[in-house]
Design a protein around this ligand. Structure first.
Ligand SMILES: [Zn+2]
Length: 376
């Protein structure tokens, strides 16, 4: 019995001699076929390797900018900036979305920094960045809603193709960004009227495998206060929030918040920008190890204190203050200075945010207080 090596070369010789009979006649055809095939494959591979979102197309190793165009419908058209960073190495697709609330400035500026700092040569995979979804809110300095239709741009997912602008934008983001990513982060912060301390949301779905990934994602992001959010809608057709739209479609997603009251503080921007890079290290999209939060403050429930009177609001505590049950956290006076409402903490916990301006309507949020849990 011949050795394996000898046996293989015998087969090879037979194949070569068979080829020798047919080769002279077929040589020209074969060569041209081969050349066409090589050309076809190169074009196909290039097309396959580039990544397009809206008008932004990036080949491997490139960073491309463009827009998501939302055609006019019952109201005006919209054009949303998009950046595609196509890493030179393969890896997952991560979507980073900011500015659904266009005056939560620190989160928008943080993604502007991320756009500048990402080097495609260092990246494994692809990053889709939407730094400012709600341009009308940003330009007109209108908090909470899209002034075009008066709707919050983080409450109408997965959106509607024939709805108002907010719904049409949400629809396009669902189709072009959420459905094409593997992971997603939604960035927020205290709005113009919200004096907020940084925190993230861990969306606990009940699916142990999915929850283990999102838990790691919030810890890798690095914000040390984490709200455990376990009662988000489960229906992908009524997902409401952007991160929930991704999670209900099987793509692990988290939401993060930093910044307050219209300010762009260096610390808040750094928390969000560095958190993004640390998360990318956890996802192995950047070299190096993530900086995981080792001892997070888990917040099992959030209590909202709302004013039952309109008037002038005076806070008595700061964002981040730890309060006891019953503690007076602020009060409202009428326009003559008479106190007409006192706000008390309904429970012990941390002030996640407190109203940062004197304006107060009946029913407005005075503060959000997070209840600490040791069993998230
Ligand atoms: Zn927001």
């Amino acid at each position: 019995m011949p050795t394996k090596r000898a046996y293989t070369s015998t087969i090879l010789q037979r194949a070569l001699s068979r080829l020798a009979y047919t080769a002279p006649a077929m040589k020209l055809t074969r060569t041209s076929c081969l050349l066409s095939l090589v050309a076809f494959c190169s074009i196909a591979m290039l097309a396959q390797n580039s990544f397009t979102v809206g008008t932004a197309t990036a080949a491997p190793g490139q960073k491309a900018t463009g827009t998501l165009e939302i055609p006019a419908g019952v109201d005006a058209a919209a054009s949303i900036p998009v950046v595609v960073v196509r890493g030179s190495k393969p890896g997952p697709v991560l979507a980073l979305v900011s500015g659904a609330h266009g005056t939560e400035y620190a989160s928008i500026i943080a993604l502007e920094k991320v756009i500048q700092s990402l080097d495609p040569a260092q990246v494994s995979g692809t990053v889709i960045i939407l730094p400012l979804v709600n341009i009308a809110s940003f330009e007109q300095k209108v908090p909470h809603v899209n002034p075009v239709d008066g709707k919050s741009m983080n409450r109408f997912y997965p959106g509607k193709q024939d709805g108002t602008q907010t719904e049409r934008v949400s629809y396009v983001i669902t189709k072009q960004v959420v459905e094409r990513c593997d992971y997603l982060v939604d960035y927020h912060g205290g709005d113009i009227d919200e004096n907020l301390r940084p925190y993230s949301y861990w969306p606990k779905s009940g699916d142990a495998k999915h929850d283990a990934i999102t838990r790691d994602m919030v810890l890798a992001f690095g914000l040390d206060h984490v709200i455990v959010w376990s009662d988000r809608p489960k229906d992908p057709a009524a997902s409401r929030y952007l991160d929930n739209t991704a999670n209900t479609r099987g793509k692990p997603a988290i939401a993060v918040e930093a910044g307050y009251s219209g300010t762009v503080q260096t610390d808040d921007v750094a928390l969000l920008a560095n958190g993004t890079l640390s998360l990318m290290r956890y996802l192995k999209m950047l070299p190096g190890s993530p900086a995981m939060v080792e001892h997070p403050v888990w917040l099992g429930k959030v209590d909202t204190v709302a004013s039952d009177q309109p008037g002038i609001f005076y806070p008595l505590v700061q964002r981040g203050t730890y309060v006891e049950t019953g503690m007076k956290i602020g009060y409202v006076t009428d326009y003559f200075g008479k106190t007409i409402y006192e706000a008390h903490a309904p429970t012990a916990g941390v002030v996640l945010y407190i109203c940062g301006v004197p304006s107060m309507k009946k029913g407005d949020t005075v503060a959000n207080i997070g209840e600490i849990t040791t069993n998230p």
